[in-house]
Design a protein. Structure first.
Length: 300
């Protein structure tokens, strides 16, 4: 009933834990059986380990979060040797979220992931929190196309390209990434934002700007998913402010094949289970047998 297929990979349901908000899955085992998820997107991986940014990393706003983590991660080798074997035991689809500062970084990362049983590579060309940390590739469509096509030449895995809402033109960006060979598109990453500490009279974050996520971004993320789903012929994975099953269903009705849940995991660690159950309940109430029946149904 809930099964979906994303670039040849079957997910038991359309709910994926979003990168950077779910670690490598293990941390959530104390809250619920994470094998119930459709998939997990890993914390953004880079060739070398990263300590992340100095100073404040998370700032809570009225209806969302601003983060400046700076791609803190153990590096790809440690991921492959230590984290991945544990993730594989979780019995859910493993999506490796890959970050990079240069094209060489991305290519080296893909080559290492090629020899693993990771199912999908999510190419993060959209991280706003590291200098030259990916988003540089996610602003201009032609640059993104070039990165995607070079990655596709070496990748043995399906490549899902994760777009930044800060792209100059989100639809053109998605189309160009598909021309470069993207097997799927996921969107959106965080919005460039800031906060000021009025007592210190200075920006909260060392890098001044950081990434906004959570409930406040949902209407804009939904609009972007709607626009992109109407312009590309590959699966679209939507995210941005999904806090409950109704939000998730909106994204599917806008044209998403699957969805990711990020900041909501920090509000309620087992929220993904509520979302999976809520989608199922809605389908039963409405007599919907397959998600295909409602995918894109709200489109005009
Ligand atoms: C603390 C934090 C860390 C994140 N780290 C990553 C990351 O490493 N790679 C990535 O592609 N997205 C990262 N994101 C973005 C999320 O995966 C997601 O795209 C974004 O938060 C929007 O979804 P949401 O509103 O459900 O949180 C991060 C988000 C947060 C809040």
């Amino acid at each position: 009933m809930l099964k979906v297929n994303i670039c040849g990979v079957e997910l038991k349901n359309p709910v994926i834990a979003a990168s950077g908000t779910f670690g490598f899955g293990e941390e959530y085992l104390e809250y619920y059986d994470v094998s119930k998820l459709g998939g997990i997107s890993t914390k953004g991986l880079t060739i070398n380990p990263k300590d992340g940014n100095e100073g404040r990393r998370i700032h809570e706003t009225r209806s969302g979060l601003i983060n400046s983590i700076g791609l803190q991660n153990p590096g790809i080798d440690e991921f492959i040797n230590v984290e991945l074997p544990k993730m594989r035991k979780l019995d859910t689809v493993t999506i490796a979220n890959l970050g990079g500062g240069t094209i060489e970084d991305y290519l080296a990362g893909v080559e290492k992931l090629n020899d693993t049983d990771v199912e999908i590579i999510e190419l993060n060309i959209s991280c706003p929190n590291v200098k030259c940390g990916g988003m540089a590739f996610g602003i201009k469509s032609e640059t993104a196309k070039s990165v995607v096509s070079q990655v596709k030449q070496v990748s043995k895995k399906p490549v899902m390209v994760k777009l930044s809402p800060n792209a100059e033109d989100i639809v053109d960006m998605a189309v160009k990434c598909c021309e470069g060979g993207a097997d799927a598109i996921s969107l959106v990453n965080t919005f460039k934002a800031m906060a000021i500490d009025i007592r210190k009279r200075e920006p909260v974050f060392e890098n001044v700007f950081a990434g906004l996520s959570g409930a406040c971004i949902k209407p804009i993320a939904l609009r972007m998913v709607y626009e992109v789903a109407g312009a590309v012929n590959v699966p679209v994975v939507g995210m941005g402010g999904i806090m409950n099953a109704e939000d998730a269903i909106e994204f599917i009705m806008a044209g998403a094949d699957a969805i990711q849940v990020g900041s909501a995991n920090f509000v309620k660690p087992d929220i993904c289970l509520d979302i999976i159950d809520g989608i199922k309940e809605f389908m039963e109430q409405e007599g919907i047998k397959s998600l295909k029946e409602i995918k894109g149904i709200a489109r005009r």
